[in-house]
Structures are given as structure tokens and as C-alpha cells.
Design a protein around this ligand. Structure first.
Ligand SMILES: [Zn+2]
Length: 185
């Protein structure tokens, strides 16, 4: 029972990521109007759909791969090969861009409405503190800096300085989008 629930959860999460990356493709093909509508909310997927391999770690408690202790993982780990581009998921201003022992090379972007996004373990950073960035703009490349066992992007969404589950944010944003579509029809 426990195992099947777990499998369901992994499938569910995988489906959400698929939906989120599909949404990016839809945004790209529909054109600028649709991107503008959502440019201040982090609905954008931070990697190219074809570069994204899998989610290796979800938000929540897990046994830390290096510390070997049960710790709260406050973001999601998106696996891609080292050197693949990382994009800003919403328009905003770079609040921090630096190096930390755990995050490695990281970027923290501040968006409207008390929303922030963080991108960790970058190989190279392409932006600096104070830069304005647009949704979908290249901000760096996937790497393995900081505390990692392999190259991936550690991605966080902060709501009023609380780190929340990015998959739940995507789920809610996609739901809102569908509601809007229904109203437009
Ligand atoms: Zn992580």
C-alpha cells in the first residue's frame, strides 16, 4: 500500500513537471502576449524541455545525500547535463548572486508581490546583483558547485521569505490559467 502510494506520488509529480514544461512551450509558441500576462509570476520552467532529464529530489523531508541526516529539502532538484542553460522563471531584479558552501554558485531573483526564486549549483552565473531580468532570460548554466553528488539545478520559490513547494505553485498557477481560459471562452 505504502509503495503504491509512493509510486503514485512520483508519477503525479512527474506529471506536474511535464505540465509545467508544456506550459512553457505553449507560452513560447503562443507569443509575447501570453508571456507578458504571466511574466511576474514564476510559471516558467527554468530549463529547456529537451535538457530536463528528471526530478531527482522533491520538496520535503529526505535523508540528505551528503549529510546523511533527515533534513527538509526546501526546493526541487532538476537534473540536466552540466552546461545546459538555466532561465529566470519570472521577470524581476537580482537580489543576490554569489557563492555559498551548500548552494554553490547561486542566484536569488526578487519578483513582484513578495515572490522570490533561487537557482543553485550553477556552473556559471550570467547575471549580477542589481540586474533586471526578464522571464525566460538566460541567467546561468547547470553545474555541480556546492554540496552535490552530480550536476543539477536546485530550484526554490519563496513566498514572503517562506520557501514553498514549486510543484504546488505550478499546480495552482496552471489551475488559475485554465480558469481564465474558461472565462475567456
Ligand atoms: Zn536541492
Amino acid at each position: 500500500m505504502k509503495k503504491s502510494l509512493f509510486t503514485y506520488r512520483v508519477l503525479f509529480l512527474g506529471g506536474l513537471i511535464f505540465l509545467a514544461s508544456e506550459s512553457v512551450c505553449a507560452q513560447k509558441s503562443v507569443g509575447a502576449h501570453n508571456i507578458e500576462k504571466n511574466n511576474n509570476v514564476p510559471i516558467y520552467f527554468p530549463l529547456d524541455k529537451n535538457d530536463f532529464v528528471k526530478m531527482s529530489s522533491a520538496y520535503g523531508y529526505r535523508k540528505h545525500p551528503i549529510h546523511k541526516k533527515k533534513m527538509l529539502h526546501k526546493g526541487i532538484d532538476l537534473v540536466a547535463m552540466k552546461g545546459k542553460p538555466v532561465y529566470a522563471t519570472a521577470t524581476g531584479v537580482v537580489q543576490k548572486a554569489g557563492y555559498k558552501k551548500d548552494y554553490g554558485n547561486y542566484v536569488l531573483i526578487s519578483h513582484l508581490g513578495g515572490i522570490k526564486t533561487l537557482y543553485g549549483h550553477l556552473w556559471v552565473r550570467m547575471i549580477k546583483k542589481g540586474d533586471r531580468v526578464s522571464q525566460g532570460q538566460l541567467i546561468g548554466f547547470v553545474g555541480d558547485t556546492g554540496l552535490v553528488t552530480g550536476p543539477h539545478l536546485h530550484y526554490e520559490i519563496w513566498l514572503r521569505n517562506k520557501k514553498v513547494d514549486p510543484l504546488l505553485v505550478w499546480k495552482n498557477l496552471l489551475k488559475e490559467e485554465r480558469k481564465e481560459v474558461a472565462i475567456n471562452e
